[in-house]
Design a binder for this molecule. Structure first.
Ligand SMILES: [Fe+2]
Length: 494
């Protein structure tokens, strides 16, 4: 997909850059009242910032310009569709007011924005990006790809609107990946499946302050980050789909977490379109193709890069992020060698890059399970009978090529588990849903698979530690408050 933002012309760039430089001088000479007036006029950044696709020398900073400084907290709440009611059809979202008047809406506003970034917290060494234009064409979203960064380094940044007072900027930080050869200890978190109505606290899910307390180097947001088909309302138009992102990611706890931590964003069925969805599907006027484009716009992602990617984090860790939606066969297709979730190219890329990697530990973060076990009536993922052929192919390949140092972490399932595939020994950790209220659906504990099984919310924390000539990887299931409920570790000589 092409990035929707219009390139700024040289003339506009020169004009806005000089205005920006002048703006800094101007702001320092504004009286308190004038500064307040400039800030009151907006635009604002009511959804904060996000930093994604952080590699050892690049990162993407995301922001969205808004008409108001905070979300619409006093707006209309759409009542949830009853479970036995059908999903809304075209033009029937049960929304009787303009989307801007809904609870949690953050109407966008046109304007200009740039990012100042550097290694010092006071940004005294900062570089500044070009100024970009936010408009309705790009849902008022601007993404900045920062390059030439130093590996294994904390960067501070300010997302600022030229001419606005400095206090209107959103400040944050992120940490770049360690260079491939560098040994280093690190921790990362994995979360998935966050409902809105069942988030557990008005300000957002408890897992966010709990993950922040662990000071992870990065966090994987592993799909179902909004539920378009939650019924409160169903996203039967692209505008309502965008409303789901506005409402969720303007929650104070999510803003606070996302501005301070690097994140990798993966999509699944509910944040692309609807339950178990794939190419060609639609919900009312809203199509799967629109859902793919909106995810790429709402998440800090490369505009043109593949939806699957791998990242090296130092000597000891390489991660794979797969896409389970873009290339999949229809769920109802008869199983066999041609039925796929990953598609031919992604599968070849996965096998090639896993074999090429000399990382001590190799971890696949997948939006859907590879091991399970899952419910018998499901036919959406590699743990289901409907995709058993490809599931067996991948699991057997892993057994043959990386039996010692490869792990799967999965999103999607609304219960936490550590399971080991009985025939191939492939190990899988399910992060679990983002709140206790969102937990359900397990077919039950299965002693043939499970080392751990818990139908509650939480997240997964993974810690890598060097100890002399050994590297240790530690997987911890944590509850929503951050308490360890299960841990498992393995060591390797390095
Ligand atoms: Fe989910």
């Amino acid at each position: 997909m092409k990035h929707p933002s219009r390139p700024v012309t040289r003339r506009e760039f020169v004009a806005s850059s000089s205005a920006a430089v002048a703006g800094v001088t101007l702001v320092t000479s504004l009286t308190g009242t004038q500064a307040q007036a400039a800030e009151a006029a907006g635009p604002f950044q009511a959804m904060g910032t996000r930093v994604g696709e952080v590699f050892d020398s690049t990162a993407i900073v995301w922001t969205r310009l808004t008409a108001t400084p905070t979300r619409n907290n006093a707006g209309v709440v759409v009542p949830k569709r009853a479970n036995d009611e059908p999903k809304r059809g075209k033009g029937d979202s049960k929304v009787s007011v303009p989307v801007e008047q809904l609870e949690g809406a953050c109407p966008g506003a046109p304007g200009r924005v740039r990012v100042r970034y550097g290694t010092r917290e006071d940004l005294s060494d900062a570089q500044v990006t070009e100024v970009k234009a936010a408009s309705a064409d790009n849902d008022f979203i601007c993404q900045f790809k920062l390059a030439g960064l130093k590996p294994g380094t904390v960067y501070h940044y300010a997302s600022e609107i030229p001419g606005a007072p400095p206090q209107a900027a959103v400040r944050g930080k992120f940490e770049t990946a360690l260079a491939a050869g560098a040994p280093g200890n690190l921790r990362f978190c994995v979360m998935t499946c966050q409902g809105y109505a069942d988030r557990g606290h008005p300000d957002g899910h408890f897992i966010y302050p709990s993950m922040a307390a662990l000071q992870p180097q990065f966090t994987c947001l592993t799909g179902d980050l909004v539920y378009y088909d939650s019924g409160d309302p169903d996203a039967v138009t692209a505008r309502l789909a965008r409303y789901h992102w506005e409402r969720m990611f303007s929650l104070p706890r999510l803003i606070e977490f996302n501005r301070q931590h690097s994140t990798y964003w993966l999509k699944d069925d509910h944040d692309t379109l609807s339950n178990d969805s794939g190419p060609g599907a639609s919900m009312g006027e809203f199509t799967f193709a629109e859902g793919q484009a909106i995810f790429r716009q709402q998440a800090p992602l490369d505009a043109d890069g593949p939806s699957y990617r791998t990242i090296r984090w130092g000597r000891d860790l390489q991660l794979w992020f797969t896409d389970g939606r873009d290339f999949r066969s229809k769920n109802k297709m008869a199983d066999g060698p041609d039925k796929t979730i990953w598609g031919v190219e992604q599968k070849a890329w996965f096998k090639r890059t896993v074999q090429e990697s000399d990382a001590t530990w190799k971890v696949l973060v997948s939006p859907t399970p590879l091991v399970g076990p899952d419910r018998k009536n499901k036919r959406d993922n590699h743990a289901n009978e409907g995709f058993q052929h490809e599931g067996d192919e991948i699991r057997n390949w892993l057994k043959q090529h990386v039996p010692e140092n490869f792990f799967v972490i999965t999103g999607d399932r609304h219960w936490q588990y550590h399971s080991v595939h009985p025939e191939t020994g492939v190990a899988e950790f399910s992060a679990g849903p983002a709140s206790d209220q969102h937990a359900s659906g397990s077919p039950g504990e299965n002693p043939q698979y499970h080392k751990f099984h818990r139908v509650k919310g939480g997240f997964l924390a993974v810690t890598l530690q060097r100890d002399g000539a050994k590297s240790r990887i530690l997987f911890e299931h944590r509850d929503v408050m951050g308490k360890v409920v299960y841990s498992w570790q393995k060591e390797r000589a390095v």
